[in-house]
Design a protein around this ligand. Structure first.
Ligand code: ADP
Length: 445
């Protein structure tokens, strides 16, 4: 909250976070990204491949046709609207489909084609004549499992003999049931129960085991142990696959326990830089002044679409209200919204239905909205100790200037302490943030 002196004592969102909040946060972010993503992330980075046997030739494919998929599955790929493999799929698909099967650990950011790759692998390994579970896929939450399930259903549309069942809480089966479905997708707890307690699944007959979103998984208490217990019941020759968007030490340690003798594929995140971004700051004395400066900027330059970041829900709500009173079409993204609601807001914004998206710092973490040309920090990003959050600053602003576009970032300063934060951000990136005179705005266009 902002107090009388204008200093920020971070209290509203993002503070005193428990481990559970963190987990919800990660799972929610991941779900949000899936809900709003409708195509591949554009990346120029090279894939890094580490083969278990460094002497074996490295295969990569440039087309789906080269993979000699079953016709029903090639049709499935076409149904998805895919023309050629994504960067990571070029290397991952030959490994995933190789005989004898190979284990794989793959890391790349959300939206690079991991899910599509392992779904294709599961579908091609299934023998539809066998009416029992052969592929097991575990996801961190019910909602994430449903999303992956949808991909399996779409990709497998022309292959109706293959059936899928959701191993999630609430899906209650009669005792003694023997599953006929070839693919089970679920959360670790339920899947473990189905194998161990209820024996709906015979783990010895599983040929592909997928652990998705490993980084989200380990943030949840208990999931790690449950996953390892499932893995231990599987036969030695079962293909073990693990996917993750990030790769800290903890994820890596977990990955090694789930996947023995792995091939490893990594795709670096596109570097975000401030090189193509013009950065400005505006000096004000209150949030009302910041609002007026913002209106002046809007009056002076043509802004296709802007994202405005506020520190608290209250400021974001207030600002959105003021802006719409001024006649702007404003979308508001706020912490109390459900993930589905947030996705709908972002979708409308991406479709251009609103030109301004006002959001809190916490809410917009990790979301990629690429067409934004102007980012306004109505409040500068700070961490929970009130220090500048350089990483968030970079991520927020760095994406306005991607793929040859030139971006514009405007920071609103309203106190000594926020000026101090801005100066520290400037020092950190060693890039000048120019002062902007909002009564004379010719310079920025
Ligand atoms: P990840 O699992 O890494 O987040 P996804 O497999 O969900 O990535 O893919 C991200 C988006 O890109 C999805 O909308 C998916 O349908 C699409 N996609 C995946 N592979 C391809 C491809 N080869 N060509 C075109 N689109 C693809």
């Amino acid at each position: 909250e902002e107090n009388g002196t204008g200093t920020v004592t971070v209290k509203a969102e993002g503070e005193a976070k428990t481990e559970d909040d963190d987990k919800d946060d990660k799972a929610a972010q991941s779900l949000l990204n899936k809900l709003i993503r409708n195509n591949l992330v554009n990346t120029n980075n090279q894939v890094e491949v580490l083969q278990r046997d460094p002497n074996s030739p490295l295969y990569s494919v440039k087309s789906f046709e080269e993979l000699r998929l079953k016709p029903q599955l090639l049709q499935g790929v076409y149904n998805m609207g895919f023309n050629r493999p994504s960067k990571i799929q070029e290397n991952a698909l030959p490994m995933l489909l190789a005989e004898p099967p190979q284990n794989l650990i793959a890391q790349s950011q959300s939206g690079t084609g991991k899910t599509a790759a392992f779904v294709l692998a599961m579908l091609s390994r299934v023998d539809p004549a066998n009416k029992w579970p052969q592929c097991l896929c575990v996801s961190p939450t019910y909602e994430l499992a449903l999303q992956t399930g949808k991909v399996i259903e779409t990709m497998g549309k022309s292959y109706p003999e293959v059936k899928l069942i959701y191993g999630i809480r609430g899906n209650k089966l009669d005792r003694g049931t023997q599953l006929q479905e070839q693919i089970v997708i679920g959360t670790p707890g339920t899947v473990l129960d189905w194998c161990l307690k209820f024996k709906f699944i015979d783990p010895k007959k599983i040929r592909v085991f997928v652990l998705d979103e490993a980084d989200v998984m380990i943030a949840t208490q208990g999931h790690q142990d449950q996953s390892i217990r499932i893995q231990r019941m599987l036969p030695k020759n079962c293909q073990m696959l693990l996917f993750s968007a990030t790769f800290e030490e903890s994820v890596w340690n977990f990955a090694k326990r789930i996947v023995p003798d792995p091939n490893i594929i990594k795709l670096k995140r596109e570097e975000e830089t401030l090189d193509t971004i013009k950065q400005y700051y505006v000096n004000c004395n209150s949030k009302e002044e910041k609002f007026h400066a913002l209106c002046n900027i809007y009056g002076a330059i043509t802004i296709a679409q802007a994202m405005i970041f506020c520190h608290t829900r209250r400021t974001a709500g207030w600002l959105a209200g003021e802006l719409s009173r001024e006649g702007h079409q404003v979308a508001l993204l706020s912490g109390e919204m459900q993930v589905e609601q947030r996705a709908a807001v972002i979708e409308r914004f991406r479709d251009g239905k609103e030109k301004v998206l006002v959001t809190t710092n916490v809410c917009a973490r990790g979301i990629d909205v690429e067409q934004v040309s102007v980012v306004i920090n109505f409040d500068l990003p700070v961490d929970k100790d009130g220090n500048p959050d350089n990483e968030t600053y970079l991520h927020r602003i760095g994406r306005t200037g991607r793929f040859g576009k030139r971006g514009l970032a405007i920071n609103m300063v309203d106190s000594k302490s926020s000026m101090n934060i801005m100066n520290r951000i400037q020092e950190h990136f060693k890039k000048k943030i120019e002062k902007l005179d909002t009564d004379d705005l010719d310079e920025i266009e």
